[in-house]
Design a protein around this ligand. Structure first.
Ligand SMILES: [Zn+2]
Length: 89
């Protein structure tokens, strides 16, 4: 109904079409995350992942995986993340 609003925010119609196609796959529980290679369940938030230069879409990814990948790129200079991770569970 209000499909135009998303376009106005900067997403192209091609992106929207692909996302809608993937939404069908996710709804069936058949989607696989391009980041962690695990299933994306219909109740999990997900994003349509892009290649690093953002020129093409790669497929669906868990929202947290997609964001973690972006954070990792930004964290390359900060090695201290490892210290935090090594604490006992
Ligand atoms: Zn994932």
């Amino acid at each position: 109904m209000s499909a135009l609003t998303t376009t106005q925010k900067g997403y192209g119609t091609a992106h929207q079409r692909r996302r809608r196609q993937w939404a069908t796959v996710v709804a069936r529980g058949e989607a696989v995350c391009v980041r962690c290679c695990r299933a994306i369940f219909p109740f999990q938030p997900w994003d349509l992942d892009h290649s690093d230069d953002r020129t093409e879409t790669r497929g669906p990814a868990h929202r947290k995986c997609n964001r973690a990948a972006g954070a990792r790129r930004g964290n390359k200079k900060r090695a201290r993340v490892r210290k935090i991770r090594s604490r006992v569970w």
